[in-house]
Design a protein around this ligand. Structure first.
Ligand SMILES: *[C@@H]1O[C@H](CO)[C@@H](O)[C@H](O)[C@H]1NC(C)=O
Ligand SMILES: *[C@@H]1O[C@H](CO)[C@@H](O)[C@H](O)[C@H]1NC(C)=O
Length: 291
């Protein structure tokens, strides 16, 4: 019996590690920005904001991008959300609902605001930002240089540049808003544009954020740069080797990846086999001892 418990401990340890890695926080907070001006409680501006947010909230289960504008007879406010366009809309619904509830505490009564969570972006305001390019840097975050798979190991800069280059070079998607993914060696990259950009504007925006990543996060093993209408990220996987491919609507980049799911299944099967073998030898021995 001690054989069995030792074996299962040995196998369960890596299993639990992969299981925790497989759960990404899709609603994780990235940044929020609020306008200086505030509207008065009970104003027509407030009712426009409320109806915009309600409309956005109502369609989040149906689409990964939408824009809404208040009716002509009311105070002008417009809004949009963009979810990661490779994920099912159930993720979008949850993320957009979270974003709206965060806005009410982070930016109470702001005439304009934007919030970026891990898998969705939501913005409203009365400057007509709809359909306009915006490459201003809103947030960036560079990871620490990593001894494993960081700048100093192998050709990390080359892989990073190739992975990021694939994002910009990605064939123009049929509509804006497309999620793009690129990889080279053990570096993976992804980008997402807001759906009101044309394919060309999206590529331009991704190009600006990629250039930012290369200069600002050049020594980091991970990096993310969020511009007004797009963002790009790169990270080191440092496990499997990827070819330099582009999946315009590929899999979720990090942890929900196919390879870790496959690993979990393989480990599960190994545990089952190990348990059967140990159980069989245990029964054999007890049967042999009984004779
Ligand atoms: C937006 O709202 C603010 C605050 O009410 C106001 O001062 C500003 O003029 C508005 N801008 C536009 C473009 O309507
Ligand atoms: C806003 O949404 C409407 C449909 O509701 C769409 O026809 C229009 O192209 C969108 N505008 C932008 C800038 O995305």
């Amino acid at each position: 019996m001690s054989n069995l418990s030792l074996l299962s401990l040995f196998f369960l340890f890596p299993l639990s590690k992969f299981l925790t890695e497989a759960s990404e926080d899709y609603n994780g907070f990235i940044y929020a920005g609020c306008s200086e001006p505030h509207y008065d409680p009970g104003s027509s501006y407030e009712s426009s904001v409320n109806s915009i947010l309600t409309s956005l909230s109502n369609v989040a289960s149906l689409t990964t991008y939408t824009n809404v504008t208040s009716p002509a007879s009311t105070t002008f406010v417009c809004g949009l959300f963009q979810c990661r366009s490779d994920l099912p809309t159930s993720f979008c619904e949850s993320c957009v609902h979270d974003a709206i509830s965060r806005l009410s505490t982070l930016c109470p009564s702001a005439t304009g605001a934007a919030v970026q969570l891990r898998s969705c972006f939501l913005k409203y305001g009365n400057d007509s930002f709809l359909g306009k390019q915006d490459t201003s840097v809103l947030y960036k975050n560079c990871g620490a240089p990593s001894p494993n798979g960081g700048y100093n190991s192998g050709d990390f800069p080359g892989m990073r540049d190739a992975a990021l280059g694939a994002l910009v070079a990605a064939a123009a998607p049929p509509a804006g808003g497309a999620y793009r993914i690129g990889g080279a060696g053990y570096v993976q990259a992804m980008s997402q544009c807001v759906g009101d950009l044309s394919a060309k504007e999206c590529s331009d925006c991704v190009g600006v954020s990629v250039a930012q990543l290369k200069t600002e996060c050049s020594y980091a093993s991970t990096g993310e740069v969020y511009l007004g209408k797009c963002y790009a990220r790169f990270w080191s996987t440092n496990t499997a080797s990827y070819t330099n491919t582009i999946f315009p609507s590929g899999h979720p980049p990090s942890n929900g990846s196919q390879s870790s799911k496959t690993l979990i299944i393989i480990i599960g099967v190994m545990i089952a086999i190990a348990i059967i073998i140990v159980a069989l030898s245990f029964f054999r021995r007890t049967a042999g001892a009984g004779k």
